[in-house]
Write a protein of this length. Structure first.
Length: 66
């Protein structure tokens, strides 16, 4: 069974984990709906990207739900 020869110091351990830190999420306000969204993503509310309609939402009828 492998056992470390020397104790890993707190500094060396923390330097190894430095790339695991969480970063801030860049969120913008959609100009048309006022909702928060990720940049360079389609708006989930109305399906627009760069002020153009790119996704049309399917309207469910009562027959499809039942």
């Amino acid at each position: 069974m492998a056992v470390p020869k020397k104790k890993t110091s707190k500094s060396r351990r923390n330097m190894r984990r430095s790339h695991l830190a969480l970063g801030k999420v860049n969120v913008i306000v959609d100009s048309q709906t006022g909702e928060y969204k990720l940049p360079h993503h389609v708006s989930s509310v109305d399906g627009t990207y760069n002020n153009r309609q790119v996704v049309t939402k399917k309207i469910e009828t009562e027959e499809e739900v039942a």
